[in-house]
Design a protein around this ligand. Structure first.
Ligand code: TRP
Length: 455
């Protein structure tokens, strides 16, 4: 897209919902619960909230101001703001990160399509928790079925990205995000009233600080970046479509609040349900796919039609939440190829879709057929997740905070925060302090500390 005729989002609500659409996705409903489960529950959530407030919010504001000021997608933003320097690598690493995330994320997004089909054909009826565990295992390790869904999901993303994002994303997000929210609330009520649900609530609310170690910090920090779509320029790219009057700090606050609320709500569905039917909280990536069908089964047991309708609706909304996220990832890589290599948008998008399907196949197969091929003890799926979420995104966040805190002229930062002096911008001094000192030190500390453990 040419810098001088960039499209804009139509309304303030549209801006918030489209950004929230990128942020809210499988990260909240699939990844957050299993990471919380893997890291012992409530204490992890507290560390996570700390990461959102102290690192997520300031870095989101940074990405916003970089994007809006440069009026460029992340691939070009740094060359615009820091011409002739090596800062362009922040954009390039971001594009690579987005590409890798899109590949494995689409595998899981594909699973949601399978579950729509299962829900719609009433295949959950009459099954026990163990049946769900077995059927998920059989499905995810099936050598071809998940691959078909992966391709379908990426092609759907492709179609929307090629059509032009702004109108599409904004329109969908406005409709679907509130619907998702309401449905989550209904499911929370169902889950917490299941027999034995209180153990799950305790798991979420009573922190056991003996479980906090370096891994918890790395996990929580990575999850915060992943869930808020930070560290690779995704929201920066969206911010280049923001209007001059958009209040960046307030928008960042709304997006982070919505994102965090959805994750916590997901926790209040998954854990009460898991404890109620005796599924271990540290089951890993399959957690949501084996606990939720139980909720649908039991909570609406009396009225099967209601159970069917709500479960179909849930997986449809989950797929929609996922696609508003995959669109944002796809858009970053497509815009980069389009702008830097002078490919047409369509060609660039086709290249991205094709290579992500290719890489996604390896990710998917690594959960079944090719399980025994590992690197650092991880299969392709786990390796992509680990490398992007726990290393590349925090590293990107580190560079973004240094760029805004130290490199970028304070005049630009202030102008963007105050919208050319029309807003008070009282957060400015705190923002600068965090970006200059707290974020770089905290992120480096956690990264250095934890990556040492890798050997
Ligand atoms: N935040 C999204 C989720 O929670 C995933 C996502 C979209 C993302 N764009 C991103 C993650 C950019 C990291 C970086 O599902």
């Amino acid at each position: 897209m040419a810098a001088n005729n960039r499209a804009n989002f139509g309304s303030k609500l549209g801006i918030i919902l489209a950004s929230a659409g990128s942020a809210v996705g499988l990260g909240n409903i699939w990844r957050f619960p299993y990471e919380t489960g893997n890291h012992g529950g409530a204490a992890f959530i507290l560390v996570y909230l700390g990461c959102v407030i102290l690192l997520g919010l300031p870095i989101m504001i940074s990405e916003f101001l970089i994007g809006r000021h440069s009026q460029a997608s992340t691939g070009g933003a740094y060359s615009t703001l820091a011409p002739g320097t090596q800062w362009k690598w922040v954009g390039r690493i971001g594009v690579l990160t987005g590409f890798l995330i899109l590949s494995y994320y689409s595998v899981v997004a594909g699973w949601t399509l399978e579950y729509i089909l299962q829900a719609a054909t009433n295949s959950f009826a009459g099954k026990s928790a163990n049946d769900f565990i077995a059927s998920f295992g059989a499905f995810s390790s099936n050598p071809w079925r998940p691959l078909v869904w992966l391709a379908v999901f990426l092609l759907a993303t492709h179609f929307i990205v090629v059509k032009g994002v702004e109108k599409g994303i904004e329109k969908y997000s406005k409709l679907m995000m509130p619907a998702l929210f309401v449905l989550l609330l209904i499911l929370v009520v169902c889950a917490v009233t299941l027999p034995g649900a209180n153990k799950g609530i305790e798991f979420l609310l009573a922190p056991d600080f003996s479980k906090v170690n370096g891994k918890v910090f790395l996990g929580a920090m990575g999850q915060a970046f992943f869930s808020l779509s930070l560290g690779m320029g995704c929201l920066g790219t969206y911010a280049s479509y923001f209007g001059k009057n958009t209040n960046l700090a307030k928008t960042a606050l709304s997006v982070s609040a919505i994102d965090t609320m959805v994750a916590i709500l997901a926790g209040f569905i998954i854990f009460p349900a898991a404890f109620s039917v005796g599924i271990q909280p540290d089951t890993g990536p399959s957690l949501v796919f084996i606990t939720l069908p139980n909720v649908f089964q039991q909570a609406f047991g009396g009225i099967p039609v209601l159970a069917l309708i709500l479960s179909v609706m849930f997986y449809v909304l989950l797929a929609v939440a996922a696609i508003t996220s995959t669109i944002s990832l796809h858009e970053v890589v497509t815009a980069y190829l389009h702008e830097q290599f002078k490919m047409t948008r369509k060609k660039a998008a086709t290249f991205v879709t094709g290579s992500c399907i290719f890489l996604g196949i390896f990710c998917s197969l690594s959960l079944g057929k090719t399980k025994e091929y590992t690197l650092f003890g991880m299969g392709t799926f786990d390796l992509f997740d680990f490398a992007t979420t726990k290393i590349m995104l925090p590293f990107g966040g580190l560079l973004i905070s240094i760029f805004t805190g130290w490199y970028l002229s304070k005049k630009i930062v202030k102008e963007e925060i105050t919208n050319q002096g029309t807003l008070k911008g009282s957060i400015y001094p705190y923002l600068i302090f965090i970006l200059k000192y707290i974020a770089p030190v905290a992120i480096s500390f956690i990264l250095i500390n934890e990556l040492g453990f890798l050997e």
